[in-house]
Design a protein around this ligand. Structure first.
Ligand code: AMP
Length: 537
């Protein structure tokens, strides 16, 4: 017999209405490029979202269209987060740190009809403008008039009505789009549905997941172009939680000022951010009041155990380690100590908290080795596979990478892990040929291909070496052709026009031969071992 529950679509307008109806006076604070603070409320944002939806409709945006943003974290970006899906269109966040070639590829692949861009990021847009064709470009300005041909956001929404009737929305239709780096070549798009975003937010807010309450003040340091700031802005709107957006200022002192001044209770970002904040706190432990901060969520790369311990022992601050992927909206696992394990010795508890943790509800996991599933003994390694309602089942318009998804619904993460008997996942390696530096991807294969295009280079293998601040940095191992020479500087200059600055290798090591596997692939584990003593500054 069927249950008699109503068919209630899980769509974002519900969150928008709830935010406006019940949390209208809750503040949203944003840091402007000139470092001043902009203050608004969910009530005002609610009205401006409706105006923006009308304005975009006037510009011809239709359900299903992709609308791109190129912006830091601020309240106007949050307005776009709601207005675009409200119209049945798809919010496509662009990462300004990517190379102009990647940005134009991504915009063209997504066929973005309109672009919203921060005034301070217009120079980034200028670098790929000639190769993309949005119908309109709207500038999130801060007092200055936009250049010829660009529209001003405030002018655009000012005359609009703050009432909007959304078209009928299906919970499974796309609401968001985010691209992630491919191992070889082109970035891949992940589409999020209204339903996946809502379910992800609900679970993310659970006390044993990230834990977000109405009475919190949440500061997402993770950019809104990185998997929607891990879903946190929407989760906070759903809960009615005050939000603090750092804008373009991600240095330790600027962030600590906000934590202190706005009484932030929970914040989230990649390890590189927390490593620099730890340094600043160690230097001046009494300068900032962080007494209300109860949780610092760290993910995107492994949170070093030493950092977790240092925060707790020296500053009484608690790191919560989480793991996820763009393909997973992103939350997959969160590391908290289970009931019964809090009696373990302190060192063992820190060790557990530095693992990637336990899968959150609705995320299923399995660990697969060469001969099928491996035992959950904390030692046997295999690739982590995941499935669940906010996990992608394919890439957007990309049949090439279909083998990332198994026929029975699992996503192959490319992360090599062990899992212990309690269910704690620990990442030990990565099978995808990518390097993650300060939360941003670098494709070793792209660097290798480019290097091998240099007339003096016979072979090149690019590996990741651990780095204290950036988690990993690329190092190029190069074999030169017989009789040819090339200096480190020549190779760096050769790569510079092809890559974003942060993607260039920190060092070039010249070798006579590169170690290989039985199947002829570069044996990168041997290179990593060979170069482990190399000091990167
Ligand atoms: P992205 O799609 O950019 O969010 O990157 C996802 C990938 O980043 C994962 O597949 C991991 O390789 C890595 N990653 C994310 N979180 C962590 C973590 N807590 N520890 C180690 N690696 C992580």
């Amino acid at each position: 017999m069927n249950a008699l529950m109503m068919q209630f679509p899980l769509t974002l307008p519900h969150v928008l209405e709830r935010m406006g109806q019940f949390f209208g006076r809750i503040e949203v604070v944003s840091r402007r490029p000139d470092k001043s603070l902009h203050r608004t409320t969910y009530g005002e944002i609610h009205g401006r979202v409706l105006k923006l939806a009308n304005a975009l409709q006037r510009l011809g945006v239709k359900p299903g269209d992709r609308v791109a943003t190129l912006g830091w974290n601020h309240s106007r970006h949050l307005e776009a987060y709601f207005a675009i899906p409200l119209m049945g269109a798809v919010l496509h966040t662009l990462n300004p740190r990517l190379s102009p070639a990647d940005l134009s590829y991504i915009m063209n692949h997504a066929d973005d009809t309109v672009l919203l861009v921060d005034d301070v990021l217009v120079p980034v847009y200028e670098r790929f403008r000639a190769n993309v064709h949005p119908r309109n470009v709207i500038v999130w300005g801060n007092g200055m008039r936009p250049a010829e041909g660009l529209l001003d956001y405030e002018d655009l929404i000012a005359p609009e009505l703050n009432a909007f009737t959304p078209p009928p929305l299906d919970e499974n239709q796309a609401a968001g789009l985010c691209y992630t780096s491919g191992t070889t070549g082109k970035p891949k798009g992940v589409l999020y549905s209204h339903r996946s975003i809502i379910l992800h937010s609900l679970v993310s807010a659970l006390p044993d997941a990230l834990g977000l309450k109405q009475t919190d003040t949440m500061m997402p340091v993770v950019p809104m172009f990185h998997v929607n700031a891990w879903g946190l802005p929407v989760t906070a709107a759903m809960m009615g939680t005050k939000q603090v957006f750092p804008g373009p200022h991600l240095d330790a002192v600027s962030l600590l000022e906000l934590i202190d001044g706005e009484k932030v209770t929970i914040t989230a970002g990649v390890p590189t951010i927390w490593i620099s904040i730890l340094e600043a706190l160690d230097k001046e432990p009494a300068r900032f009041d962080h007494s209300r901060l109860h949780t610092m969520v760290v993910g995107g790369s492994a949170a070093p155990q030493s950092m977790i311990e240092a925060y707790e022992k020296r500053h009484g601050l608690r790191i919560l380690h989480a793991w996820g992927m763009t393909e997973m909206s992103p939350i997959g696992t969160v590391s908290r100590i289970k009931a019964g394990l809090e009696t373990l010795p302190e060192a063992e508890q820190f060790r557990l908290r530095a693992t990637q943790g336990l899968p959150v509800p609705l995320v299923e996991v399995r660990v697969v080795g060469d001969n099928g599933p491996v035992p959950w003994d904390g030692r046997s390694m295999g690739e982590l596979h995941v499935r669940g309602p906010w996990i992608a089942s394919s890439y957007f318009q990309n049949p090439v990478e279909a083998d990332k998804f198994t026929k029975d619904g699992w996503l192959r993460t490319g992360d090599v892990v062990t899992m212990d008997g309690e269910g704690y996942v620990r990442i030990t390696d990565r099978s995808k040929d990518l390097i993650k530096s300060g939360g941003e991807w670098i494709s070793s294969v792209d660097l290798e291909n480019a290097l091998m295009g240099h007339p003096a280079v016979k072979e090149a293998a690019v590996i990741a070496l651990p780095h204290e601040k950036w988690a990993e940095r690329p190092v190029a191992c190069v074999v030169l052709k017989d009789g040819r020479t090339a200096t480190e500087q020549e190779l760096r200059d050769f790569l510079t026009p092809l890559f974003a600055a942060f993607q260039l290798p920190d060092a070039f090591v010249f070798l006579d031969v590169l170690p290989r596997t039985a199947t002829g692939k570069f044996l990168k584990s041997a290179l990593r071992e060979q170069l482990k003593a190399l000091k990167l500054s």
